[in-house]
Design a protein. Sequence first.
Length: 421
Amino acid sequence: MKKSLLAVGVLAVSAIALTGCSLAGAGESGETSGPSASACTYDANADPINIGAVLPVTGVYTILGAPQKEALELEAEYLNDNGGILCRPVKLDIKDDASVPPDSAKLYNELAATGSYDVMLTSSMVAATEAAAPGAEKYEIPTLALGPSQALTDGKNKWDFVVPNTSDIFAKATVEYMKAEGKYKKLAIAYIAGDAYGEGGKASTESYAKDAGIDIVSEQGFDRAATDFAGLLKNVKDSGADSLIVWGSGAGPSILTAQFAGLGLGDSMQLFMTGSQASDLYIKSKGAFVPATQNVIIGADLGVPGTELPAGTEIKDLVDDFAARWKTIGDAQYTYPPQFAFEAAAALQITKAALEKAGSTDPDAVRDALEQTDIYTYIGAKHYTATDHAGGDVDTVAMVVVKDGDFKATDYALDKFKQLK
């Protein structure tokens, strides 16, 4: 429940005392934008900034959650080596929801009910992050969703903010690419039926394709556990489609990719995937390149083709720094950070910016600060407002193509990179 005004005042004073922060920079009203590096001294023994996270570390969506756990731990270590947040150490408490949405919501509520967490992070699985969303409102805890939920972007849930690019943003970016290329006229859509990300991606693709003059010639849902896509792919071929976009996470899209290649459909049709496949786990198996993924085009975060970002740009410096630190983990599967790792680390960048803008861990102040957050992160610029809790757009998406086991920027993306600062 929301703290009383008296309790808030006591907490704010306590935070100042604990960190040794000065109010010298405050105006006559007593407001402050948070301590600067010179206003307080980092105290490793101070009460920590407690951040709770519920992730699919195991289960169907371990492809998302496992690298995110590593990224959060890596970024928290980096923050603590560089003054923490509000000059206090960052402490993570990460729970595994095993890729089960109801369990994710249950774990979130159990953590939130303790009143011990300053910020919460919810699952990278959209259904799970949406299942936990009512808890953010109930317990009034500033919450950063690692699931790209379109439903949480309009600010109606005042406490939830989305970190990754949503299915709507990826759909818009992909259709803009198709239109610019001028050779994609008949598009087929395959999606995980009943899945928030899959259904949302399908709906957004339909809308943007219609505006772009691209015909949708086939739409087919498939089960999350599906392993045989022969019938679906036959229907796509018979539709006369010149392109196919797949909306979904987990093993299904990888299996579909293998069967697409096995049927030789790549000779007459372009296969598109989304940010859910922007990972070594999609293009490699036991460290070896999966030939079936060759030439697949993917809408990804800017960090994915990080080696091709223009030197001297802010995003290039950020991505290179994180990638260099990521190498120290020694993860054999992910030798370069997958998209999901960049997103998780960005969540802690956003957390730091909001808490230091608020000048305290008071939930209302942090929530208000989040709605004024305007920073550059590992995944690009984030501009949250009261009515936009997504904070991004197509300028944070890079269209990449798989080439011999690597994600390479398309010529289209390289041209757009010239606009980066």
